[in-house]
Write a protein that binds this ligand. Structure first.
Ligand code: MRU
Length: 350
């Protein structure tokens, strides 16, 4: 589906035992180096340090991280079960906002707590099969999202996008970027305004890299440029991803998404969220209850190891914001397009 893999299970690594291989997204586009992990704690660190990122992809990483814990853990079944519980807690705590992480860990543990898995071998096989199922489903869900979105994309469209939502972020075909990719593959003439997405530049580095390989025309723009472009050019729609959708439709996504939605509303531009239903969290009633990750100040105060701010300057670095449901035109999921009122439509899909 793509020439690269955000994450892969390798049956035999350097020591002949299984490893989890990740493309190091911190280095793209300078290179496409991979890292091999042999321990679930390293997988949790890789999620925290954003070797892998994007809500569905970190869920998948947690799935393969648990499979790794199963295959590399103790031979004795009771000790292995204990290891798996530690691994579940460690992986779940690696990043707080994207609900796909907790969703994947809980799904894996439901499978692994099955009493009929009475041998170490059975537990290992079940762990790998479940992680692989999540992997395969991510791809199918992304494709279904792209197909549901297709009628919403004009045959010639200028599309605004924030952060990165391609195969790097899902392990599959991409969500919001999958919507754009599919429209392009089906012959629609799309051009993408790619928000650079400070401070980690997922747009400028990752989305630009992916769109180039997809052959989709694009322009990288500073995050603050959306008002200018919506005022001076024809922008047909915005489509972005999501890290957690509350029961009322309030949506957490990469910091700056809310600003983009406000500008879109001011200019009458439709604003779509694309994401799998594993991102819908009906247990979280509104966006106010979504935990927002605060990341290290150095991500804002420094760029490429060079200090940008004067020493001692106060810095805040919320990694996500919440766009209130009232600013969303629709939420595109693999089960269909949910329109307001989201409290009703999301309940139907989840
Ligand atoms: O901090 P990141 O890079 O993990 O944030 C990613 C995003 O906000 C994406 O838009 C979201 O996870 C959707 S990925 C299909």
């Amino acid at each position: 589906m793509s020439a690269y893999h955000a994450i892969e299970w390798i049956d035999a690594g350097a020591d002949g035992k299984p490893v989890v291989r990740m493309l190091d997204q911190r280095r793209i586009p300078q290179d496409a180096a991979t890292l091999d992990y042999t321990d679930y704690r390293e997988v949790a660190s890789a999620i925290r340090e954003m070797v892998i990122r994007g809500a569905p992809a970190i869920g998948l990483a947690a799935g393969y991280g648990l499979a790794l814990a199963a295959w590399r853990g103790p031979e004795a079944l009771p000790a292995l079960k204990l290891t798996l519980h530690h691994a579940a807690d460690t992986l779940k705590a690696s990043r707080p906002t994207a609900v796909n992480l907790a969703w994947a860990v809980e799904r894996m543990m439901r499978r692994l707590n099955d009493a009929s898995l009475a041998t170490t071998q059975a537990l290992r096989a079940a762990a790998l099969a479940e992680a692989r199922a999540i992997d395969a489903e991510n791809l199918q869900m992304d494709l279904a999202i792209a197909r549901h979105a297709f009628p919403l994309i004009p045959s010639q469209a200028n599309i605004y996008h924030h952060c990165n939502t391609g195969p790097l972020a899902t392990g599959g075909y991409g969500t919001a970027l999958g919507v754009i990719r599919y429209a392009h593959e089906q012959g629609k003439q799309v051009h993408v305004y790619v928000d650079e997405t400070r401070p980690r530049l997922q747009g400028a580095r990752l989305t630009a890299w992916e769109l180039q390989q997809m052959g989709v025309p694009f322009t990288v723009v500073p995050d603050g440029a959306s008002g200018h472009f919506m005022r001076t050019r024809r922008i047909d729609l915005c489509v972005v991803g999501c890290d957690r959708i509350a029961a009322n439709g309030d949506t957490a996504n990469k910091i700056g998404t809310y600003n983009l939605a406000l500008v879109a509303r001011a200019h009458g531009v439709p604003f779509y969220i694309a994401g799998p239903t594993s991102t819908v969290d009906l247990a979280t009633p509104t966006g106010d209850a979504i935990p927002i990750e605060e990341r290290p100040a150095e991500e804002v105060s420094h760029l490429g190891g060079v200090r940008l701010t004067p020493p001692g300057a106060a810095v805040a670095n919320p990694a996500f914001d919440v766009t209130p449901a009232a600013y969303l035109t629709a939420i595109i999921t693999e089960r269909g397009v949910a329109y307001p009122p989201f409290t009703a439509s999301l309940h139907e899909f989840r």
